[in-house]
Design a protein around this ligand. Structure first.
Ligand SMILES: NC(=O)c1ccc[n+]([C@@H]2O[C@H](COP(=O)([O-])OP(=O)(O)OC[C@H]3O[C@@H](n4cnc5c(N)ncnc54)[C@H](O)[C@@H]3O)[C@@H](O)[C@H]2O)c1
Length: 339
């Protein structure tokens, strides 16, 4: 197939396929924490995404090297590196999507909540800058504990008068990626065909994979479903322990972050029926934030989809996760409002 990218008079990129012409809008993506374990492979994967025209890589250290390296890849986007707080505004200005993997990762024996004290402050500062420099951007929050960092971001944006619940996302895609991989292995089906919604939150038992809705159907035994659920919930810890003090998931997380950002960009560009699970402001349960399937559109969240029919085991898991998720959300809101 004949394919090239050219600039139109209006400065927009035009993507031509044979005789059919469709426009691909310019889109700026900023990665905050771009020199980190997740940030670097995520920067590479976003450089490979043809929907991105400008890629801004920001960190408190080491971004010039990462940006120089990634910029040599011969794909559409122009790459710029920004280092230190005085360059944060420039990194953010004009961004359509901001991805945040800034912060410290877990070490063996730590829960995601143990990261709260350091990461809450980092996220708060970065979100204040987003409110100032790119208040309309979609924000993809990767920094843990996501169950608290998303409510913190919401509070920061509310205070700045820029909060739009359609534009704030906790990235839970890695839970979906893991659930798909583990299910395909157990059910002996092609992993590329597998779909599994994962709802709730992004820590331990708050991660609730809905294997009763998994496709292709496999009729797995109850104990297999329980083992798959536990492995999905503990997937992050599996990596933390295997890395033995050298951090948490970075490569699979970068992959998951790139999938989610791509879905956001497709939604912004008007591609229909883009659906991914994400931790968003929600009325699906009584909790103010909850992860479920979300339809993405030109303004971010187009529709938060319901849970669908649950098995008895999943209904029990849903009730069990609520107190922990509620406490994590409240902890985030309290932090944002008292500090
Ligand atoms: N959502 C998920 O599924 C998921 C999965 C894995 C890890 N994580 C989280 O992602 C975060 C990053 O993990 P990592 O392994 O890349 O850690 P890392 O330590 O390798 O990298 C973090 C980067 O953030 C940078 N940073 C620190 N403070 C900053 C600030 N104020 N502004 C900009 N950058 C800043 C650091 O300089 C570093 O380069 C952690 O909070 C981790 O728990 C989330």
């Amino acid at each position: 197939m004949f394919r090239f990218v050219a600039r139109s008079a209006a400065g927009k990129h035009l993507l031509r396929r044979g005789y059919a012409t469709e426009s691909v809008p310019d889109r700026k993506v900023a990665v905050l924490g771009a020199a980190g374990g997740i940030g670097q492979p995520l920067a590479l994967l976003m450089k490979l995404n043809p929907l991105v025209s400008q890629l801004a890589l920001y960190d408190i250290a080491n971004t010039p090297g990462v940006a120089a390296d990634v910029s040599h890849v011969n794909t559409r986007s122009e790459v710029a590196g920004y280092v230190g707080e005085e360059q944060l505004g420039k990194a953010l200005e004009g961004s359509d999507v901001v991805i945040i993997p800034a912060g410290v990762p877990r070490k063996p024996g730590m829960t995601r909540d143990d990261l709260f004290n350091i990461n809450a402050g980092i996220v708060k500062g970065l979100c204040a800058a987003i409110a100032k420099y790119c208040p309309n951007a979609l924000v993809n929050m990767i920094s843990n504990p996501v169950n608290s960092t998303v409510p913190i971001a919401a509070e920061v944006f509310k205070k700045a008068g820029t909060y739009d619940e359609k534009k704030l996302f906790g990235v839970t895609t890695l839970d979906v990626v893991r659930a798909k991989t583990f299910y395909a292995g157990k059910a002996k089906v092609n992993v590329a065909d597998v779909n599994v919604p994962v709802v709730g939150g992004h820590a331990g038992i708050t991660i609730l994979p809905l294997f009763s809705q998994a496709t292709p159907k496999a009729n797995l035994a109850e104990e297999d479903i329980k083992a798959l659920t536990k492995r999905t919930q503990d997937g992050g810890t599996e990596v933390v322990e295997a890395k033995a003090g050298k951090g948490s998931a970075t490569l699979s997380m970068a992959y998951a972050g790139a999938i989610f950002a791509d879905a956001c960009l497709k939604g912004l560009n008007g591609v229909p029926d883009v659906v991914e699970c994400s931790f968003v402001q929600s009325t699906v349960t009584e909790l103010p934030f909850f992860a479920s399937k979300v339809r993405l559109g030109k303004n971010g969240v187009e529709e938060v989809l319901g849970l669908g029919p649950l098995s008895d085991y999943e209904k029990e898991g849903l009730e069990n996760l609520k107190p922990e998720l509620k406490a994590s959300i409240e902890k985030g809101i309290k932090f944002a409002n008292q500090s």
